[in-house]
Design a protein. Structure first.
Length: 441
């Protein structure tokens, strides 16, 4: 918390209940920002102090909590609301004159952009705090990339890049995301989404729906390449969290053989990543190496063919054998008590073991054909809910942000508020409300 040392003759808590301001109080009390405040104050030193560092910082956090889309909107609220001014730390004796100008906020935000590493440090500290308080925090992670439109105009075709002038956005570019599927009648469909701006790459805890790592890039940045960087970086900063992580789930945009291999081989995390059908020429199944009558499809379902009738049956998943690095599949006739005319001639003596190296994209430590894989993959929707909260409650659906540095700062501040709110409510025994930004206590 950016502690305000000055004392007032009265406090608003003594006059009336805080109401919505309780949310601000919660964030200010549990945000570990003291080191950042001291560095900023030392940097200012004997310079002009018309608008002190701590009240300005607190008021910026208030702007995020109370969903102000611009500095001017926040300034109007501060001039109107004396209770909010005092809670942020502005001198009540100055009244409305204590409220900073829009130019003062612009200068302060530029200063904060140079302190992005320290803001990220606060984020890491909050993640560590939640890891120590929440059982199983980090055991199931989800990753996704969120498109964020810039407020700036997209350049016309053939238009030369402009020089940075504080108004234009020279960092943003065009992002493209393609969605494909098959309708119930078997016909394929495709949807192409384009936007001009940036992309927020987010790793969250899928059970508690709280962020544990983030990165902001231009819209065209590859999600897979960013995941290759973020996961080792997360291990470096939060080794215990990664060691306790059991699974990481993602959509088919992260379907990459090297990423899937690294998750299990390097970090011991079971990848639960949706798969793209990359088989050509209408290929439906492939023969398992060393087997005469066992095949698999691109979704990882394993089948056996009856030697007598040629009938194809789904084999029963028997679990992952870690020591051997194999998936075990049982004979359906034995497992489901089915009569099989070719049972005596079948080369599968009760079960078959398929090594992960048969196809690392298709065969993963948590079998794609298992119920556990399906249950875990459903948790991926948690990252979409977090993205929705960022849009609706944290103002990314309607904003005036231009420039990569400013966008990263704004994303970082929003995620700080999200984590500080959760940490505060857990510490104050209101765990059931930890994901809510809008509700007061």
């Amino acid at each position: 918390m950016a502690v305000i040392s000055q004392k007032y003759l009265f406090g608003w808590k003594e006059i009336e209940d805080l109401g919505d301001l309780e949310r601000l109080r919660l964030v200010l009390d549990h945000l570990p920002d003291e080191n950042l405040m001291r560095r900023l104050e030392r940097e200012r030193a004997n310079g002009r102090d018309d608008y002190p560092i701590r009240p300005m910082w607190n008021s910026i956090l208030a702007g995020i909590i109370f969903q102000h889309v611009s500095a001017k909107s926040l300034i109007r609220e501060l001039r109107r609301n004396a209770q909010l001014r005092e809670m942020c730390g502005f001198d009540p004796c100055k009244g409305k004159k204590a409220v900073p100008s829009s130019h003062a906020y612009s200068r302060f935000l530029k200063k904060l952009m140079t302190r992005q590493d320290e803001i990220d440090g606060i984020f890491e500290e909050l993640v560590d705090g939640l890891y120590g308080l929440l059982d199983g925090f980090g055991s199931v992670l989800a990753i996704d990339g969120k498109p964020i439109h810039t407020h700036a105009r997209r350049p016309k075709k053939g238009e030369k890049p402009k020089e940075p002038d504080g108004r234009r956005d020279v960092d943003a570019n065009v992002g493209v995301k393609t969605y494909r599927g098959v309708r119930k009648d078997g016909t394929p469909w495709e949807k192409v989404s384009r936007w001009f701006g940036y992309k927020l790459h987010l790793i969250i805890d899928a059970d508690y729906e709280l962020p544990v790592a983030y990165e902001v890039t231009r819209a065209s940045a590859s999600e897979v390449k960013q995941a290759h960087k973020m996961i080792p970086a997360l291990k470096e900063r939060h080794e215990k969290l990664i060691e306790s992580c059991k699974t990481l789930t993602a959509d088919k945009g992260y379907d990459d053989g090297k990423l899937i291999e690294k998750l299990w081989d390097t970090h011991g995390i079971k990848p639960v990543v949706d798969i793209r059908d990359m088989w050509k020429d209408g290929e439906e199944t492939r023969l398992v190496s060393g087997a005469r009558n066992v095949v698999y499809d691109c979704r990882g379902t394993v089948y056996c063919h009856c030697p007598a009738t040629g009938e194809r049956r789904v084999m029963a998943y028997g679990g992952f054998e870690k020591d051997r690095g194999t998936l075990k599949y049982r004979c359906p006739a034995l497992h489901y008590n089915i009569k099989c005319a070719g049972r005596r001639r079948c080369p599968v003596a009760g079960a078959i073991r398929i090594p992960l190296n048969e196809n690392r994209r298709i065969f993963t430590p948590l079998s794609r054909s298992s119920y556990a894989w399906e249950r875990t993959y459903k948790k991926r929707a948690a990252v979409e809910r977090v993205n929705s909260r960022l849009d609706v409650s944290f103002g990314f659906e309607r904003h005036f942000i231009r420039g990569l540095k400013k966008m990263k700062l704004r994303c970082g501040l929003a995620l700080l508020v999200m984590l500080a709110m959760a940490l505060g409510r857990v510490k104050e025994k209101r765990k059931e409300m930890m994901r809510s930004l809008v509700k007061a206590a």
